[in-house]
Design a binder for this molecule. Structure first.
Ligand code: NAD
Ligand code: UGA
Length: 484
């Protein structure tokens, strides 16, 4: 087995493959890295001269791509050639929840991973380390191994050897570059010491050695699912407490601060919000639920499933609160939605709480004006399964005839968009929403005008002084603060 890795291939140029390999290429200039993908459009975007057109928005990513692309980092659809030439191959393809068949709704769909394993088996020349970068159910490495070994045996004419490692990724979107440059830990799971050390050598170029953990392969796979499950569990826990705050007069921000001071609990991931989104938390927990069910651990499965159930309940709860506060109906009313991404600093909307909340409000007949600094109208259309119409171009009297329609706006600089709106609903914590001039907006809106802040980012006094009624998540004193 080759000890020093010279040529890397990464299959999958997505949110993980792109930034991960960009950072590796920056820190390891002697390694040639080819990122390949079946999606030509995505590859073209990665190769775009205009760095603002990269397919993924991540602070700092464009600078790294500028330095390394064409030097030791290449994006292409040349899968066969890149596999043939690589001594280490990262599989970084999507692993969504299965939509049909056995385990539908919970188990991961591994068809893309299996396709990669078959391609590696077919094209690699031998002595290849295959690294699972995608998040996978425990014991997937076994499946990959079986495909690789059986095909190696079948090919007969040449002896190919493969080693499979698990090296899950812990980056969070929006902070991906910093997470990759300064990871809390790097996990390498495997049973072949040499190949584990060859991967460790790569990371040692920029990660302190004591942060690189070597484990057995199943622990590594399970640790990834467990990390996400624990993080999501904290959010469901704090969101469930926000509901108690609202009925008891406690304030979720004060409760979070108080419990976070306990060093055993810690202060991170205790911000109550509209419910966790993102491509992974829900899918990874459901994967864990499926695994527990599969092994007959019903109570364990129920425990983790409740984390996802609370999250859906919480998202629906927010839409219901908006309807109730607006006198029990939002039909024909204009509501301005601020934020559609699942969190700030990303254009990703996968599983965003905004999708469910907007769908619920559209169902209730509201007309939504949606603004997110990074999410496009066509993405929102895909997520809501509904075409937009130009709500801003029609007279107010005609607007009142409309029901359950939406439109997207690029900017909120022109405050005319707030004309006759009944409420502003903040669903993503973008910085620009922290600096809104509520005084001028209040004058435009239909009284009693509401601000619903599901991210605790507005300054309550400023909103209340401007004449709004304010609802904040987990704010038990909200009624006493309303001045209208
Ligand atoms: P993604 O959908 O953004 O990218 C996956 C890419 O793989 C796509 O561009 C797709 O075209 C490509 N692909 C699929 N099959 C292929 C094949 N056979 N050959 C070549 N290309 C192929 O997915 P992602 O968000 O990068 O996630 C990848 C994995 O990493 C998932 O398992 C996910 O759970 C995990 N993960 C994601 C994050 C995150 O923040 N998004 C963080 C940690 C781990
Ligand atoms: C998460 C994990 O944080 C990463 O470690 C992991 O690698 C990744 O999933 C993955 O496997 O895909 P990500 O989904 O990008 O990363 O974003 P997070 O910052 O974890 O936020 C997830 C959701 O939780 C967002 O909707 C966010 O708004 C919400 N959240 C987060 C809260 O509501 N409150 C908090 O205190 C923190």
């Amino acid at each position: 087995m080759n000890f020093s890795v010279k040529r890397v291939c990464c299959i999958g140029a997505g949110y993980v493959g792109g930034p991960t390999m960009a950072v590796m290429s920056l820190k390891c200039p002697d390694i040639l890295i080819n990122i390949v993908d079946v999606n030509q459009e995505r590859i073209d975007a990665w190769n775009s001269d205009d760095l603002s057109k990269l397919p993924i928005f991540e602070p700092g990513l464009d600078d790294i791509v500028k330095k390394t692309r064409g030097r030791n980092l290449f994006f292409s659809t040349r899968i066969k050639e890149s596999i043939e030439n690589a001594d280490m191959i990262f599989i970084s393809v999507n692993t969504p929840t299965k939509k049909k068949g056995l385990g539908a709704g919970k188990a991961s769909d591994l068809k893309w991973v299996e396709a990669c394993a078959r391609e590696v088996a077919k094209y690699s020349k031998g002595d290849t380390v295959v690294v699972e970068k995608s998040t996978l159910p425990v014991r997937t490495a076994e499946v990959i191994q079986k495909i690789l070994y059986s095909s190696a045996r079948k090919s007969g004419e040449e002896i190919k050897s493969f080693k499979v490692l698990s090296n899950p990724e812990f980056l969070a979107e929006g902070t991906a570059i910093n997470d990759l440059l300064n990871p809390d830990r790097v996990l390498i799971g495997g049973d072949d010491e040499q190949s584990m050390l060859s991967l460790k050598e790569i990371y040692k170029e920029w990660v302190p050695e004591d942060k690189i953990l070597l484990t057995n392969i199943w622990s590594s796979e399970l640790a990834k699912l467990t990390s996400n499950a624990f993080l999501a569990q904290r959010i469901s826990s704090i969101n469930s407490i926000s509901a108690i705050c609202e009925v008891t007069g406690a304030d979720i921000r004060e409760v979070s601060r108080a419990i976070g001071k306990d060093s055993r609990i810690g202060s991170k991931f205790l911000d109550s919000g509209p419910g966790f989104g993102g491509s992974c938390f829900k899918k990874d927990i459901l994967n864990l639920v499926y695994l527990a069910d599969y092994f007959g651990l019903k109570e364990v499965a129920n425990f983790w499933e409740s984390v996802v159930e609370i999250n859906s309940w919480h998202q629906n709860r927010i839409a219901k609160i908006v309807v109730n506060k607006l006198f029990g109906t939002v039909s024909n009313k204009k509501l301005v939605i601020l934020g559609f991404a699942f969190k700030a600093n990303t254009n990703d909307t996968r599983e965003s709480a905004a999708i469910n909340i907007c769908k619920n409000l559209l169902e209730e007949g509201a007309n939504l004006i949606i603004h997110d600094p990074k999410v496009t109208s066509s993405q929102i259309e895909t997520d809501l399964h509904k075409r937009p119409i130009n709500l801003l171009g029609i007279e107010n009297s005609d607007l009142k005839e409309k029901s359950g329609e939406w439109c997207h706006i690029d900017t909120i600089d022109n405050i005319d968009i707030f004309d006759n709106a009944h409420a502003v609903i903040i669903l993503t914590e973008w910085d620009e929403f922290k600096h809104i001039n509520w005084n001028s907006i209040a004058l435009k809106m239909d009284p009693p005008a509401w601000v619903f802040d599901a991210r605790s980012i507005v300054k309550p006094k400023k909103v209340l002084d401007a004449g709004f009624s304010l609802w904040r998540l987990g704010d038990g004193f909200e009624d006493e603060k309303n001045i209208l």
